[in-house]
Structures are given as structure tokens and as C-alpha cells.
Ligand binder design. Structure first.
Ligand SMILES: Nc1ncnc2c1ncn2[C@@H]1O[C@H](COP(=O)(O)OP(=O)(O)OP(=O)(O)O)[C@@H](O)[C@H]1O
Length: 253
């Protein structure tokens, strides 16, 4: 028998107060330590699903359970948004300190963890910089450092690299895969890029619109660590075509 999944979604639906039915009938099992992407047309409920997994909003019906942890949602869930959402008046290291500060940990006690988080995203030399002094990719690295400083077992990422140029995005994708391998996170990654979803993931859930639901659950073949040669392989292109076809099918059922 397979191990209990970390997260189990059963018949999850969400209707907002405005009456919008954002999602319906979502079932999925997400294994501990896996890397899963969600792709789907704008408005199909990807962010809604992430926010429900994070516990920020509740499903209107159905359930989200955590079978592998005695049904306890982990206290620390990392969340990274498309916008780095840094405090402009605070130095990089103080931005990364925020989640620990909110937990009541003193700056002095937090210092080694802050240094470690910055080192893991390659920003040790920029601890004293202000966000305005950083490029878009560096700001996103700060945002990732802030998400990982509490050592969350689960990292939810909502189109984190969408605003970046392709070169920076590919570099951050590679860095994210390295971090995933070393941190043993469970990652749920929302993206509009079929290429990015296939490159990063073990599984891609393809969603359809109106109301949002999961149309296909596609396993991505390809050994880790993945590098640039995977991006150029026929195998990669073939799997991107499969995800694209599933998206098209959802748009024109
Ligand atoms: N707080 C809210 N109140 C009312 N409706 C909302 C709210 N948040 C989202 N919605 C609606 O729910 C649906 C799903 O939105 P959601 O942001 O989850 O989609 P998405 O797939 O993440 O979209 P995108 O790819 O454009 O970011 C949309 O119709 C949206 O307008």
C-alpha cells in the first residue's frame, strides 16, 4: 500500500461571497516531498486552490486533509507571490527576518538563520541592501529566502517568476530545483508557462475554466537533477505538447 499523501483534496469547491463559483469537485492526492504544478486558463481558480491549501480561506464544500501528519496542517507553510511584496523601507536581511519576528524570535537569535537563508538564495553580499537597489530576480530571491527562513515543509508558489525575463526565470527555476532537492519541500507551483511546469515538476495538474476543475493529472518523466539539456530534449518537447493539448482540450471541450 502506498504511504499516506501529505495533502488530500476531496470534492473541494469554492463559491465566493459574490456568488462566483471559482472551483468545483477538485480531488487530488499530493505526496510528501513532491513537486507539483498547476496550469490552467486565467480565472480557473489556481490561486483560490493555493489559498485554501494554505488555510487562508476555507472551501465551501469538500475537504482538505493532511493524512501524513495526523491531519494537522503544518504551522509554517511558505507562500511566494508573483510580486515579491518586500517592505521597501527595510534592508534585505530585515525583510527576511519578518516571519521570525512575527513568531517573537529576537533579531539576535534569528541572525544565523537569516544569514543561512540569504546564503541559500545566493544573496549573502546583499544583506544590507534595500529592495530598490536590487533587480527583479534578486527581489524574488529575497522573497524566497523569507519563505524558507522558517523551514516550511510546504512551499506554495503563485506565478513567482512570471514578471521576470526568460533568462532570469530559467536561472531561478534551476535554483528552485536545487533548493527543492536539498530542503525536501513539498512544492505546489502555479504557472502560466507550460514549459516551466514541465521543466520543474513531477506532476502537472491541468485545470479547466468555468467553474475551475482538474481536467488531467499528467506525470512528467525525466530524471532529477534536471538541467538545460532536459529543456532541449525531444522528451521534454513531447511532454510540453501533451500538457498544451490538455489545456486546449479544456478550452474547447
Ligand atoms: N476574493 C474574491 N472574491 C470574489 N471572487 C474572487 C475572489 N478571488 C477570486 N475570485 C474569482 O474566482 C475565480 C478564480 O480566481 P483565481 O484568482 O483563483 O484564478 P486563477 O486561476 O488564479 O487566475 P489567474 O491565472 O488569472 O491568476 C475568478 O473568477 C475570480 O474573479
Amino acid at each position: 500500500m502506498s504511504a499516506a499523501p501529505l495533502i488530500e483534496l476531496s470534492g473541494v469547491a469554492k463559491t465566493y461571497g459574490s456568488g462566483t463559483l471559482a472551483l468545483t469537485g477538485v480531488d487530488a492526492r499530493i505526496e510528501r516531498g513532491s513537486f507539483l504544478s498547476l496550469v490552467g486558463p486565467s480565472g480557473c481558480g489556481k490561486s483560490t486552490l493555493l489559498r485554501m491549501i494554505a488555510g487562508l480561506i476555507e472551501p465551501s464544500s469538500g475537504s482538505i486533509s493532511w493524512p501524513a501528519t495526523g491531519n494537522e496542517r503544518p504551522k509554517d507553510i511558505g507562500f511566494v507571490f508573483q510580486d515579491a511584496t518586500l517592505m521597501p523601507w527595510a534592508r534585505v536581511i530585515d525583510n527576511v527576518y519578518l516571519p521570525l519576528k512575527l513568531k517573537g524570535i529576537t533579531r539576535k537569535d534569528a541572525e544565523p538563520r537569516l544569514r543561512d537563508a540569504l546564503a541559500r538564495v545566493g544573496l549573502s553580499d546583499f544583506a544590507q541592501s534595500f529592495p530598490r537597489e536590487l533587480s527583479g530576480g534578486m527581489k524574488m530571491r529575497v522573497s524566497i529566502a523569507r519563505a524558507l527562513v522558517t523551514e516550511p515543509p510546504v512551499l506554495l508558489m503563485d506565478e513567482p517568476f512570471a514578471a521576470l525575463d526568460e533568462f532570469t526565470r530559467e536561472k531561478l527555476d534551476d535554483d528552485l530545483l536545487d533548493l527543492w532537492a536539498s530542503q525536501k519541500w513539498t512544492v505546489i507551483f502555479v504557472t502560466h508557462s507550460v514549459y516551466e511546469s514541465v521543466y520543474l515538476s513531477e506532476r502537472v495538474l491541468v485545470m479547466g475554466a468555468r467553474p475551475g476543475r482538474i481536467l488531467q493529472d499528467i506525470a512528467i518523466e525525466g530524471p532529477f537533477p534536471r538541467h538545460h539539456d532536459f529543456r532541449e530534449s525531444a522528451d521534454f518537447i513531447g511532454q510540453c505538447a501533451k500538457v498544451s493539448a490538455a489545456l486546449r482540450e479544456g478550452a474547447n471541450p
